[in-house]
Design a protein around this ligand. Sequence first.
Ligand code: ZN
Length: 238
Amino acid sequence: MCYRCFWPQPLCWCGSITPMPTRTKFVFLMHPNEFKRVKAGTGRLTHLCLADSELHMGVGFDEHEAVQALIRDPQNFPVLLYPTRDARDLSKGELQAADFEGKRLVVFLLDATWRLARNMWRASPGLQRLPRIMFSNAAPSRFVIKRQPEPGCLSTLEATHELLLALERSGLDRYAQPEQLLGLFQRMQDFQLRCAAEAARLGVRRHARRPAAERPARRPADGARRRRIFPVVTPAAG
Ligand SMILES: [Zn+2]
């Protein structure tokens, strides 16, 4: 295991990632489930792609020292990427440099499924008080493996990519390496598709050798089944 990207050493992404400098600081707040269950979550890789970014794990962040220090810092203009009705839409120019004269824009992003992101939101009144930003007219999700619950839902990597595009269009940042994030995303998906194809191939062979009655009846809960990205291939008994 590589303890930087949290992928197995032979698949470590670190060598192909060049951290990109930005004017904006990005803070990824990762729900513990995203770390434990979704090994191929995109939040950590996105964090590694951005030189000025941090990643913190938790559900509520009002007591989180590093997060609170960033919010308190008078040099910072902290905002939360969270698409509510009153969020400022960057794509419509609703956030301008004049809004945070001289301060550093610090964007907090919730790295979780929508359901868990809502839990994090409820558990963090301090985050609720931050100005909210969003973008519109984003490209539809490119995710083919982990199906998004609604057409408007993007992975953390895609959301960061769209946010950077919107920040650049608003003149608030410069997005120097869009191909890095998207290339990484594509390669991650190609790898997952190969894993799924290989698992299906092994699964067919295994089932061919074993009558259905001998196969274990135990199945993970529905949610776990849906969210599993790497099918677990257990060797046939005997
Ligand atoms: Zn690595």
